[in-house]
Design a binder for this molecule. Structure first.
Ligand code: ADP
Length: 499
């Protein structure tokens, strides 16, 4: 009880397709916007700084490499111009060997030998390289034009060209002549604040547009998807109430239209099964009642009327009992076959001999003429009992429905590695439009036909199930007024060698 109420509660809080799609879209839009904000706004400065750092370090390495060539000065000038950087190479005493200023920075222009030597020693102490960020500061009024030693980095900050931040990278190295030198690369940092505020405005506008678009899209899409499903659900509820005329609307996407189509087929099948169930109850109760009434009637006559205890009357009771037991057997067989847990006990069997022996059993029936046309004996891998039942059911039907001449022909032919057994009668035949239905359980072509009423409508569906299990093919050819030929085919195998 508790579990059930828990389940019901959970069902109550389960979201519908519309809400799910809607929330999904909204969450997607929010995630995209958050990512855009994080990457474009918060981390832009970090990304820019990182790329700049890599750039100045690479520039320093490139310059050190350039010193190997003779025209290194021209190459350094070119690098400085391309990278918008100032480049300085000096020795440990602060004597400048190369100075290229490119960013109108006064950092290197005003560098005294002492300040350069100080920069050198600080770099050497920091492990051979150092990266210094020169912060953006307002220009002081009484700007010193001759910086003193020890003030080098403040000076850079106070005095780096047009007041922007710059990044200074110093690296000690040994030149091709084997002397210790230091290269310093000063690269201007472009202000990202302006870019960030432009991006912010753009993102705010984009956020509005994205929220409106995604919400609008979510509403339209969720409606489009949920509407056909809701309609299918409504029809399914009606079907569950037993309304077999309900129609599943084939609208919406391909999958929902397909689902509706499949449900329409299922509805037709259900309706057919329901009709057949009603018919079966009527048939079976009729079929059970008739022999039971006969048995009871004859038994009473034999008990009450002297001289009626004749072998003929006993035979009637035996015949009716047989009819009853064959009906019950058919019902058991079909339910076993349909349950799906039946296992075939296949053996290599002589189909010709088995057909012959079944026919011999029937030949005892007076009035009927049986012919079996066959060539050499053929073997098949099959469940002997079940295949016997197939042949038996087909011959039994032929006997029931054959014409006045009471003739039944069985023909065995072999073609393309397959053996075909055909059972023909000379009866009324079956209308073409009924040929598909006769394989269905409980189906009878002519319900009013007095002879047809003898059967249960299960014989052919048992045949079909058994042949399906064997992977064999089967069919019927029928001409109205001339008769019907029922056939089946099985794969021929080599006969088992006798040991
Ligand atoms: P039944 O027990 O009623 O014969 P079957 O499943 O064997 O059930 O056959 C289904 C229906 O197919 C029969 O009711 C009959 O209408 C038709 N049928 C089967 N065999 C023949 C036949 N040889 N000739 C004409 N009609 C047949």
């Amino acid at each position: 009880m508790k579990l059930d109420s828990l389940k019901i509660n959970r069902e109550k809080y389960r979201l519908g397709i519309r809400s799910n799609i809607f929330l999904g879209f909204a969450a997607f839009a929010v995630i995209i916007l958050v990512l855009l904000w994080v990457f474009q706004i918060s981390m832009l400065n970090t990304f820019y700084r990182y790329t700049k750092e890599v750039e100045v370090k690479n520039t320093a390495d490139e310059i050190i490499y350039t010193l190997r060539s003779e025209d290194y000065f021209d190459q350094i000038k070119e690098i400085a111009r391309n990278k918008s950087s100032d480049i300085l190479i000096c020795n440990e005493y602060g004597i400048v060997e190369v100075l290229v200023t490119n960013v109108k920075s006064e950092v290197f222009d005003m560098l005294s030998p002492n300040a350069a030597a100080l920069m050198y020693s600080q770099t050497a102490r920091s492990g051979g390289s150092q990266l210094v960020e020169i912060p953006k500061q307002k220009k002081q009024k009484n700007e010193s034009t001759n910086p003193s030693e020890g003030q080098i980095y403040q000076q850079h900050g106070n005095d780096n060209g047009n007041g922007n931040e710059s990044l200074l990278y110093c690296k000690c190295f040994v030149n091709p002549a084997g002397e210790s030198r230091m290269v310093a690369v000063n690269s201007k940092m472009k202000p990202v604040d302006a870019t960030v505020s432009t991006l912010k405005i753009q993102l705010i506008c984009l956020s509005f547009v994205m929220i409106i678009l995604s919400f609008g899209h979510a509403i339209i899409l969720s409606r489009k998807i949920s509407r056909p499903i809701e309609s299918i659900n409504e029809s399914a509820k009606e079907l569950a109430q037993g309304n077999y005329s309900t129609e599943f609307e084939m609208s919406g996407s391909k999958e929902t239209a397909e689902l509706a189509g499949t449900l329409n087929i299922a509805r037709d099948e259900l309706s057919k099964v329901d009709d057949l169930r009603r018919e079966l109850i009527a048939n079976v109760s009729h079929d059970l009642r008739t022999p039971l009434t006969m048995i009871k009637g004859y038994s009473e006559v034999m008990r009450d009327i002297p001289g009626e205890n004749t072998p003929e009357n006993v035979q009637v009771i035996i015949d009716e009992t047989e009819r009853l037991s064959s009906l019950v057997n058919d019902l058991l067989d079909i339910s076993k076959l349909e349950s799906g847990n039946i296992e075939l006990e296949k053996i290599t069997m002589n189909l010709t001999q088995i057909t012959e022996s079944i026919m011999m059993r029937f030949e005892k029936l007076a009035d009927y003429q049986f012919n079996f046309y066959h060539g050499k004996d053929v073997w098949v891998d099959a469940d002997e009992l079940k295949i016997t039942q197939v042949i038996y059911n087909l011959i039994n039907n032929a006997i029931t429905y054959t014409g006045e001449d009471k003739r039944i022909d069985v023909v065995q032919t072999v073609e393309n590695g397959k053996v075909k057994i055909s059972v023909s009668d000379t009866g009324e035949g079956i209308p073409q439009d009924k040929l598909v239905n006769i394989w269905e359980r409980y189906y009878k072509v002519d319900k009013a036909h007095k002879r047809a009423q003898r059967g249960t409508g299960l014989g052919l569906s048992i045949v079909k199930k058994i042949l399906d299990l064997h992977g064999g093919s089967y069919g019927v050819v029928s001409t109205i007024g001339k008769g019907s030929t029922f056939w089946f085919e099985l794969e021929v195998v080599e006969p088992k060698k006798e040991i």
